[in-house]
Every structure is written in structure tokens, then in C-alpha cells.
Write a protein that binds this ligand. Structure first.
Ligand code: NAD
Length: 442
């Protein structure tokens, strides 16, 4: 099939590349000229394991190309995927301006029947809005062209996006049109070699809702476990043991119940808020979702609070080494990363930060911790420890899992570790003379 992917960010680039890998002819479009120029030169704008090689292979095979010209890209296109951002608007709802701009352009430029597929995360009712915008553009042009609007939310995880896309747990397709459902089935069939059972076709509104509910459920699990961790600390229980104790119940399971420094990233915070807003707009107060957010906002600062209770609230002569800046391992994405909140709080109390992250340092320097002179960076995890008063472990990259603790001890001014991801064995560290703070265990 000839596919146009509009918006070449995390989702658009991965989607386009994976569809090209399966033999489709794909054009990825973006309004960001620099991004497209770089992609044409083989420079990939994001860190995502396995993506570079797959992009190069498909560009060389001429199954994948990049463009800024949407009009040209829509020529001979069977399906146009909308994969632009839906950031949080001022009132907490999803800002649909980019999605609706794209819908307008599609209506302006298409000359043949087309399936418009919404991959961006959008509130219930957005497909209807997209339909109205496209129809009104066609009417202005005085032409009649058949088109369908499908909801096909994306569930990939940054850091494992290629794997998630190529071997999906499920693909959700929202359409009430049988022929369109069949075309979507054909498109996704190569991703399900044994059975199409995991392709879930439903009505558009349920598909739009499914994406928000999935993210809200995952955020709820995280906040629930963080709340339990905080209670464990107060009563002298060890949340690491409690986690295993409850996970062994097959109704609960082990996944996504790790306590930590709270959730971040581009999706959970904005999607929980947008779902809450949707409820509110329909006269319902989503109390559980509000609590999920409140717990998370507090949790993002828990490690900073532990630093303050250890060192006091005047940190003007203190320097902290930070391991990990991205909101989770495997990505350079720093959107809403807990590290930003923790670092800013410590700096406000006078501290200096020496940070290291395997992939996110450029993002930090360019955007999220830009021009903050109190933050310096080093090229290795051991270099940032020199002359630091303590180590703060904030993102559980694999290279931090089993470090040389003697080297850590020899480099730090005092052997203190604050672990925001409960990665280490507290008994071992205590025996080695560390003061070791983690989440949910004293
Ligand atoms: P992103 O910010 O990385 O990328 C969006 C891209 O769209 C940018 O490159 C931007 O320049 C481009 N764009 C904006 N307006 C455009 C236009 N009119 N024409 C062409 N390009 C345009 O965003 P993302 O992380 O890829 O997320 C996209 C959507 O997918 C969001 O709704 C998000 O919630 C959802 N989503 C994201 C993830 C994730 O892990 N990042 C996972 C699932 C779903």
C-alpha cells in the first residue's frame, strides 16, 4: 500500500519505518524542515534501539522517504496516518490544533478516495471532528471524494518501540465501515503471522477511549504502588518484599508495580489529565484519576525530600552526582522526567549537580535543563561522582544496574546513595559502608 505518515516524531517515524519494513511504500511528512533534512541525510532525531538500521535499510530500498510537502505526499496515497502531537492544553484537555490542521490540509489536497487513520492519542469524538473538517474543505473545493476516518491508537513504548510495533500485543481499530476494517486488516496482517485475534475492531469512540484507559490504568498502578511504598516506610515494612508478595497473586501480577520516583514522559501525565477533563466536560468528577496525579506529583520529589532530610535544607556547599535524566531507560526523551523536578528543587536550595545519562544529555542541555549553570555533565558514570557529596540514581539504565560500588565509594566525598528506582541490595551496600536510601524501605 502507499502510505503517508503525517508527523515524523516518536510515533510517526516508528510507524512509517515499520510499515515500510513490511513492504509498503511510505512517505513520512513533517513541518519541521530541519528534521526532514536530517532524516534525508540519515540523521535520526531520536534515540530508539534498532530504529537507525531499519530507517537506513528502507531508505536504501526506496520503501521509505521523507518530505515536507504534504500535498505531493498525498498523491496516490491509500491511507494517511495522523501522528502529530496532542499536547496538554491550558485547561488540561488535549490540544487538537495540530490534528485539525492536518485534517484541513488533507481535505484541501486529496484527489482520490482515502482512508484517514488517527494514530495520535485523541479524546473521544475527535474522529467526528476530523471528518467534519475534511468534509467542509471538500465542500469549499466543490468536489466529492470518498474518505473514511479510522481510529487506530498507538501503544508503543519508547525504548522498545520497534519491538512493540512489529510484535504488537494488540492493534485497536475503530471503524464502523466493513470495507475499511478489511483494508486495515490487510495492512496489519504481516504483523500477526499466526492469528488475527489480536486485531481488535470496534466502534470509533471505544477505540479512542481505549488508548486513554490503557495509559490511565498504567499510571494508576504506578501511583498505587508509590502510595503503598510511602506507607511501607512509615510502618517499617519493605515494599520490595510486599511487591513480590502481591505480584504472586495471578489476579494482580508482577508487571508495572515497581515503586519509584513517579511516572513522567510525554504520555501518562497528559493522558491522565485529558481523560479527567473529558469526564469533567461530561459532568463527572474522576476522583481516582485526580488522586493518581496528586500521588505522582508528590512522588516526583520524594528523592529530593530524602536528600534534604539527610543534608538539611541549605545545600549551598553540596554537589550531587545524578545517574539518569530521561524519564525511563532506553530513550532520550526527557518530557516530564522526574529528574527535572528533583534537580530544580535541589538547585533552588543551593546545590550543584553533575549529571550523566547514556543518551539524554543533549536533550537536557538543549531543552530541559538549558542554561542552568548549576548543572554540569560528564561523559561517564564514574566521572560525575568526583567531589560529589552523594549519588542520586534516577533512571534505571542497564549500565547502572551492577556498578563497581568500590569505585563509587572511592570517588564520592561521602558514601551516600539515594536510589529513586530501588536497584540495589541494601544489605550489601550497608555492609560496604554506604548510607543507602531507597523508596518504600528504611
Ligand atoms: P512528537 O512531538 O515526537 O512528534 C510530533 C511531530 O509532528 C513533530 O515532529 C512535529 O513537527 C510534527 N507536526 C506537527 N504538526 C504537523 C503538521 N501540520 N504536519 C506535519 N507534521 C506536523 O510526538 P509523538 O511522541 O510522536 O506523539 C504523537 C502522538 O502519538 C501524540 O498524540 C502522543 O500522545 C501519541 N503517542 C505517543 C507515544 C510515545 O511514546 N511518544 C506512544 C503512543 C502514542
Amino acid at each position: 500500500m502507499n502510505l503517508t505518515i503525517i508527523g515524523t516524531g516518536y510515533v510517526g517515524l516508528v510507524t512509517g519505518t515499520c510499515f515500510a519494513e513490511m513492504g509498503n511504500t511510505v512517505t513520512c511528512v513533517d513541518i519541521d524542515k530541519q528534521k526532514i533534512e536530517n532524516l534525508e541525510k540519515g540523521i535520526i532525531p531520536i534515540y530508539e534501539p534498532g530504529l537507525d538500521a531499519m530507517v537506513t535499510r528502507n531508505v536504501n530500498n526506496q520503501t521509505l522517504r521523507f518530505h515536507t510537502d504534504l500535498q505531493k505526499s498525498l498523491d496516490h496515497c491509500d491511507m494517511a496516518f495522523i501522528a502529530v502531537g496532542t499536547p496538554m492544553g491550558e485547561d488540561g484537555s488535549a490540544d487538537l490544533q495540530y490534528v485539525l490542521d492536518v485534517a484541513k490540509s488533507i481535505g484541501k489536497y486529496i484527489n482520490q478516495p482515502i482512508i484517514i487513520v488517527d494514530k495520535s492519542t485523541v479524546p473521544v469524538g475527535t474522529a467526528d471532528k476530523v471528518k467534519d473538517v475534511v468534509a467542509s474543505e471538500l465542500k469549499n473545493r466543490g468536489v466529492e471524494i470518498e474518505f473514511q476516518v479510522v481510529s487506530n491508537p498507538e501503544f508503543l513504548k519508547e525504548g522498545d518501540a520497534i519491538n512493540d510495533f512489529m510484535k504488537p500485543d494488540r492493534v485497536v481499530v475503530g471503524t464502523e465501515d466493513k470495507e475499511t476494517a478489511e483494508k486495515m486488516r490487510q495492512l496489519y496482517a504481516p504483523f500477526f503471522r499466526s492469528s488475527m485475534d489480536r486485531m481488535l475492531v470496534m466502534d470509533v469512540r471505544s477505540a479512542e477511549m481505549t488508548k486513554y484507559v490503557a495509559n490511565a490504568m498504567l499510571a494508576t498502578k504506578i501511583s498505587f504502588m508509590n502510595e503503598i511504598a510511602n506507607i511501607c516506610e512509615l510502618v517499617g515494612a519493605d515494599v520490595n518484599k510486599v511487591r513480590i508478595g502481591i505480584g504472586s497473586d495471578s489476579r494482580i501480577g508482577y508487571s508495572f508495580i515497581y515503586p519509584g520516583s513517579g511516572y513522567g514522559g510525554s504520555c501518562f501525565p497528559k493522558d491522565v489529565k485529558a481523560l479527567k477533563k473529558t469526564a469533567e466536560q461530561n459532568g463527572y468528577s474522576a476522583q481516582l484519576l485526580s488522586a493518581v496525579e496528586d500521588v505522582n506529583n508528590r512522588q516526583k520529589l520524594i528523592i529530593a525530600d530524602k536528600v534534604i532530610s539527610h543534608f538539611g535544607s541549605n545545600l549551598s556547599n553540596k554537589t550531587f552526582a545524578v545517574w539518569g535524566l530521561s524519564f525511563k531507560p532506553g530513550t532520550d526523551d526527557m518530557r516530564e522526567a522526574p529528574s527535572i523536578y528533583i534537580i530544580n528543587k535541589l538547585i533552588a536550595l543551593g546545590a550543584k549537580i553533575q549529571a550523566y545519562d547514556p543518551k539524554a544529555i543533549d536533550e537536557a542541555k538543549e531543552f530541559y535543563l538549558k542554561d542552568i549553570s548549576e548543572v554540569s555533565y560528564a561523559a561517564s558514570k564514574y566521572d560525575v561522582l568526583k567531589n560529589a557529596d552523594a549519588l542520586l540514581m534516577l533512571t534505571e539504565w542497564k549500565e547502572f544496574r551492577s556498578p563497581d560500588f568500590m569505585e563509587i565509594k572511592n570517588n564520592l566525598k561521602s558514601p551516600v546513595i539515594f536510589d529513586g528506582r530501588n536497584q540495589y541490595d541494601s544489605e550489601r551496600l550497608q555492609k560496604m559502608g554506604f548510607e543507602y536510601y531507597q523508596i518504600g524501605k528504611n
